[in-house]
Design a protein around this ligand. Sequence first.
Ligand code: ACO
Length: 449
Amino acid sequence: MNASKPSATAAATAPEQSATTGRDSLSITDNRTGKKYEIPIKNDTIRAIDLRQIKANAEDFGLISYDPAFTNTASCSSRITYIDGDAGILRYRGYPIEELAEKSTFIETAYLILHGELPTRDQLSDWTYNVTHHTFIHESIKKFLDGFHYDAHPMGMLISTVAALSTFYPDAKDIFNPDSRRKQTYRLIGKMPTLSAFAYRHSLGMPFAYPDNDLTYSANFLNMLFRTTELKYRANPTLERALDVLFILHADHEQNCSSTAMRGVGSSHVDPYSAIAAATAALYGPLHGGANEAVLHMLLEIGSVSKVPDYIKSVKAGQHKLMGFGHRVYKNYDPRATIVKHIAYEVFDVMGRNPMIDIALECERIALQDDYFISRKLYPNVDFYTGLIYQSMGFPVTMFPVLFAIPRTAGWIAQWEEMLLDPEQKIARPRQVYLGAPKRSYAPIDDRG
Ligand code: ACO
């Protein structure tokens, strides 16, 4: 199975066991009863439901596994994205991220993620045409945007307006109809940049700039953001390509917090716009897609290279986190961060060097030599350098998570569709370990101590 490695230990010990005993199973002895159980191992995994047969007595509900934050639980099988966090490997549908970043475009990569294969020339042209011809949004959406304050966070505007799209496309409820899913996919990939750009223009009080079908996906987004009086917007090719590569790097990342939200909310069979709104909300948090925004605030707070050692000391003392460092899955350099660092210098060649890069480089230099970070395997993640690029390109800090949400839409839809078509999936409904009060009787208010 092309599943991402859960952890080095699990992956290393399971095949060894089967090699020595010849059996792909786990033997368990329940010391409460002395009973023995044989649990099958498949794809280096045991099924949590197989634990249920383990009971202390006949009335017992059976054993369940406890895994807050799903640190060692696979919630699905997937064929979309492979990560080996120890080796710093990321692949979409088997293709290394480095090759896609060098040779592909975002629109082609989105096709790959959604369809499983790279498109032929005809498939790519058809896909590009359909996405491009679904970039316009209903004029009423502009009225919603007008209701927001000028300083409303663009992520709040994006979450609300993408949710509102479900009211314009009631056909989206037909989630088991492949034609309907395809239509919503064109709409979502096409309209996310438009909603995002309109949110940005609203915050500036500028008139909305409409999509231009002659432009590439990334150039059109830049057009809707930055076009002023020119008749035809021409994107700087370096900036257009930089944005496109950043979109490729952010297109999917298997079962992260927002994809889990997409699958979990989608598992109730709600329409994809409502599920994407939930996924976008999950992305907004500073521990996830909001981290690039948090990194910029942190670099501003540090202020100068000479203050980095003191800041690192305060991180080690537990006063703050070093934002843009650490990852649940990567225990090595995030492969996306390496590519992002290169893009940063390309963008600086056009826009001028962002002075905060020196503060970031110093943070990285000190952290990578410090035992606190080494022992915890904390390396720069994708968000550490992206903020500096976005800032140099002229984006306000509040737009950073929006720039993440646009390409991640491809991954969210692919994860959602895979979940819907997986016969093993049901509505997501975890168990809990109840540790609260036992049964007691209601006390009238005058009798309460
Ligand atoms: N700075 C300082 N210490 C850290 C950091 C950090 N950025 N990240 C983790 N640690 C420490 C923790 O305090 C903990 O130390 P302890 O063992 O002494 O208690 C140890 O490293 C393990 O950290 P966890 O929080 O258990 O790791 P987890 O896998 O739960 O968290 C996360 C991963 C949320 C990404 C975390 O590293 C973090 O908060 N990083 C900063 C935010 C960030 O950059 N998020 C973006 C992630 S990438 C993305 O979503 C696109």
